[in-house]
Design a protein around this ligand. Sequence first.
Ligand code: 13P
Length: 251
Amino acid sequence: MRTPIIAGNWKLNKTVSEAVDLTSELAKLVDNITDVELVVAPVFTALSNVYNVINTSNIQLAAQDLYWEDSGAFTGEVSAPMLKDVGCDYVIIGHSERRQYFGETNETVNQKVKAALSHDLKPIICVGELLKEREAGKTEAVIDDHVKGGIVDLTESEMESCVIAYEPVWAIGTGKTATPDQAQEVHSFIRDILTNCYSENLSSQIRIQYGGSVKPENAAELMSQQDVDGALVGGASLDAQSFAEIVIQSR
Ligand code: 13P
């Protein structure tokens, strides 16, 4: 039995005080939820203050990215031990926006995943095809490449700490959600990849989130699919009420 995991990726939004307000409101709305893992991913500058709000709550903290070296002459970067230091449990890695705008590749994703794991941070590894790739019938090839490329050399026990987020790029921020069938099809394909790379036992334990225009109105149907174990929510996570509603709908 996999515990669903709903994470809010706030992307490049919210000052520290706005992030604290959103978190405080959310914490009140979801304080009775014990059967869903809840995660918020604010910008780096708000991590510490958000942690102070959720410290004793049922909400966990994620960063939106990290660098693979622990420290050194890498201007502008933030490392795994630094994220641990401010209270992060999770870190999002390989989001399509990082792949599209910041040159993220499977190789850098893999280095970041290994760095996160070596500091006891749980990676949320994002994979997903572009519209033109879907239309060209390349969805499975792209997903296979992203999943296998991100998890190179991970042991079975390291893999157990990972979450995979399937985010079709054409559904991100567009209002176009994958249908529950489309999501299920890719999630099941990802589980097959994990079975082939590791074992049936391992693949049955890994949570696979869906992301891309998840909102209160479509969350229940998406989450009812057999291999959809939660959501990575962008826009709708910036409003406490709608994020809480998605959490309630997913149970
Ligand atoms: P939206 O929910 O805004 O489509 O964003 C999805 C996403 O990219 C989450 O990581």
